[in-house]
Ligand binder design. Structure first.
Ligand SMILES: *Cc1c(COP(=O)(O)O)cnc(C)c1O
Length: 217
């Protein structure tokens, strides 16, 4: 199936309130442009350098989200091209993003990444730490916290992700109650090609799809 057909099929199967992010690591600019032509509005890249070269070609035809871990020595370059960083997981990183944005007169949107399975080798904050980090992020003038993102653990059967997705949705709802006036927490980014239907059932309104759009890498 072509990229265009895959995108149209997925769009017809999910509620219109769910945003599809095309996870575009290792995909070419022309493949990405094909997805954009088919209706994709958001692209997600894992690495700053890879995103930079594609950003030159694609520019503002899509919104750019960083979905990979951000190293502190890449923050300055990242804030120039990304519209949103989905992987904020420490105050130190957030402060650096805030500082670099202030220098170029930009306010950037961010999500907090939640390590829902509390796996020690994974990035993201523990669910129990998210509230504290949110409280700190609200104070940073050049950052706008508007969502949560989670990967979930590696599992043999995607059905096993359901309790993790459910937990992050509960956290999302709780943060909205706690900080309702201070922040517009609008996005819950969870679910990939093998798990997006499940994630949508559990309340995701942004899904991150690579293989389902572009085929196997
Ligand atoms: C690659 C990637 C995805 C998409 O993975 P697929 O299984 O190909 O859909 C989603 N989120 C992140 C953070 C990724 O790196």
């Amino acid at each position: 199936m072509a990229i265009k057909e895959r995108v149209q099929k997925i769009l017809s199967e999910i509620p219109s309130s769910v945003e599809i992010l095309a996870a575009t690591k290792e995909r070419s600019s022309s493949q990405i442009l094909e997805a954009i032509d088919a209706g994709i509005k958001v692209v997600g890249e894992n690495y700053v350098r890879e995103a930079e070269s594609k950003h030159v070609v694609i520019g503002n035809k899509a919104a750019w989200h960083l979905i990979g871990h951000l190293q502190k020595n890449k923050v300055k370059r990242a804030v120039k091209i990304f519209d949103l960083i989905q992987t904020v997981d420490s105050l130190g990183l957030a402060q650096m993003i805030n500082r670099e944005c202030a220098k170029i007169g930009k306010t950037i949107s961010v999500f907090i990444e939640v390590n829902s399975a509390a796996e020690s080798q994974k990035t993201g904050v523990l669910p129990s730490e998210a509230d504290n980090l949110a409280k700190e992020l609200i104070r940073l003038e050049n950052i706008r916290l508007i969502g949560l993102m989670t990967m979930g653990p590696s599992v043999d059967d995607p059905v096993k992700l359901r309790p993790y997705f459910r937990e992050v949705k509960e956290l999302f709802d709780q943060l909205k109650i706690n900080y309702g006036k201070g922040i517009n927490l609008n996005y819950l980014s969870m679910g990939m090609s093998s798990s997006y239907k499940l994630a949508v059932e559990e309340g995701a309104n942004m899904i991150r799809l690579g293989t389902a759009i572009f085929g196997t890498r």
